[in-house]
Design a protein around this ligand. Sequence first.
Ligand SMILES: [Zn+2]
Length: 355
Amino acid sequence: MMQGYLECVKCKKKYEESIKTLTCIHNKYYDYLEYKNVVPAKNTVTLGQGNTPMVKLKKTGAMIGCQELYVKDESKNPTGSFKDRESAVLIDKAVDFGIKDVFAISSGNAAISLSAYAKVAGIRCTCYIPDHASEGKKKMIQLFGGKIVEMAGTYEAVYRKILDENISGWNCTLNPFKSAGSKKIAWEIYEKVGMPDKIIVPCGNGSNLAGIWSGFKEIAQMKKIAKLPQMIGVQVEGASPLKSAMESGNDYEILSNIADSVAEGIVATESYSSPKALRALKESKGSVLEVNEGEIKSALRHMLIEESLVMEPTSASAFAGVWKLNISGKKVIVLLTSGGTNTLSEISDIVLGSR
Ligand SMILES: [Zn+2]
């Protein structure tokens, strides 16, 4: 079997698999490399991630005239989010490469997940987080044995500082291997319902959307199918760097003065996987939808009350997108990327109306 390799989505340069190669030469903060010809790891660390349920949303589908509206429920992963798929790939690689220290730059689900997987593999995990990160999530990181280093400033400031300082350990946030985990989401959807028409995904950095798209391209190639789904990314209104980059034609855009949002997992001035996410959006003739605070909260309430689905506000943003797209008669999958157990009190405040 041919060895896996990394390929730049911009200049097509190929790199051998290596722990030192995190991205291509264009910009050190942005993720340009796609992991191709994925070979199964020699050592596998699993907590039982993947094969998450797909549930038809009959009630909501009937309301909007979409008979095939499904949720792909990634909250059923071991630590409650799709990040477990990425962590499994990353920690497998870390074990194969003999790495003893990994780190995440994350204030939330990625750090929780990476800590859990690193722990079972006997690898040390450090999580660099902005000091305003939620207490509940910090506790989860600690429970899973992650070491927390709090830093002042926004997520973006922490991210850039860590990259500038060449911190020791393997960077599992800017890392070309991780989106191989998201590819499996595409395969699981395909095996259940065939090729869908649209996939709606909340986008912070955009790496999940990029990985899912790679998975669908792989399926189309292997099964000789011409049809591919349209990728729909959802970001917060006024804080949508992917949408700005789609319009400008650049690989990425950096926004300033964005408002805060309940969708803390995706509110961002920069999307660090922008080059890969944009390629997925363009190739699939997809788009970026913006949703506002009211729409996110009302989707969160609706999905909990009408469909008994608990999700983070970040995930609810994707469901808010359902009402803004014309999806009647189509086969549409909405990604529930993270469940609510890490932020349950905040969710109940929104649903019960105290904020
Ligand atoms: Zn390149």
